[in-house]
Design a protein around this ligand. Structure first.
Ligand code: F6R
Ligand code: MN
Length: 189
C-alpha cells in the first residue's frame, strides 16, 4: 500500500506521533542506557520511572535501489541532568547513504559527527529547517525546547541503520544546556 506523504501527514497525530501506514517504534529512557554522559542523573530518573523519550513512525513503501523511506519523529521535551532528551543516534548501515531532515514543530538541534575524522557540529532543527546529513555521518537529534519536537527524515531505502557502532563508542560530543542555550561540549570520560 502506498500513501503519499501529504495524505499521511494530514492524518498524523501530533500527540502520539502515530500515523496510518507507518510502523511505530517507541523509545523509553531505558533504551538509551549509555547515551547520556551523566549516569548519576540517568540512574536518578530511572528510579522514578522510565519515561517515553520519542517515537518514530517509519514509512517504507518499497525497497528497490532508487526508492526512499521516511520517518516522522516525535521527541518529547526534557533533560537528564544538563543533557537534553535525545535520540539513540546511528550511522547508516550503507555508509554512503545521506539523509534529508525537515523540521515540523518545536525547537531542536542535530549533532552530526563525521565517522572518519570525528569532526562534530550541531545544527538547528526548527520548523521549515532543512538539515542535510551527508553519508558516513553519525546523527542524533535533541529537543532543546519546551514543546514536542517533530520532524521528518527521508533516506534511501537501502540505507539501513547501524546502532551498534554508536552503542560501542558513542558520540565524541554531548549537547548540554549552558546559560539557557544548547552547547556542544566534549563527552567527559
Ligand atoms: C532514519 C533517521 C530518523 C531516526 C529517528 C530516530 O535514518 O535518521 O528517522 O530514525 O530520528 O532516531 P534513532 O533511529 O537514532 O533512534
Ligand atoms: Mn538516519
Amino acid at each position: 500500500m502506498f500513501l503519499n506523504p501529504e495524505e499521511l501527514l494530514s492524518q498524523y497525530n501530533p500527540v502520539t506521533g502515530e500515523m496510518p501506514g507507518a510502523s511505530m517504534v517507541k523509545r523509553h529512557l531505558s533504551d538509551l542506557r549509555g547515551c547520556f554522559a551523566d549516569t548519576a542523573a540517568y540512574d536518578a530518573t530511572m528510579i522514578t520511572g522510565n519515561p517515553l523519550l520519542y517515537s518514530v513512525g517509519a514509512v517504507e513503501p518499497a525497497g528497490g535501489d532508487g526508492d526512499l523511506h521516511y520517518g516522522v519523529g516525535l521527541l518529547l521535551p526534557g533533560k537528564i541532568g544538563d543533557e537534553y532528551y535525545m535520540t539513540k543516534g546511528h550511522l547508516h548501515a550503507w555508509r554512503p547513504a545521506a539523509e534529508f531532515y525537515f523540521g515540523l514543530t518545536g525547537d531542536g538541534v542535530m549533532l552530526l559527527e563525521d565517522e572518519a575524522t570525528g569532526e562534530s557540529r550541531i545544527v538547528p532543527l526548527r520548523p521549515n529547517d532543512v538539515v542535510y546529513v551527508p553519508g558516513h555521518t553519525a546523527h542524533r537529534t535533541m529537543n532543546v525546547g519546551n514543546t514536542p519536537l517533530t520532524y521528518i527524515g527521508v533516506y534511501p531505502a537501502k540505507a539501513g541503520h547501524d546502532y551498534t557502532t554508536i552503542a560501542e563508542k558513542n558520540f565524541c560530543c554531548i549537547v548540554v544546556e549552558r546559560d539557557g542555550k544548547p552547547a556542544m561540549v566534549e563527552r567527559p570520560d
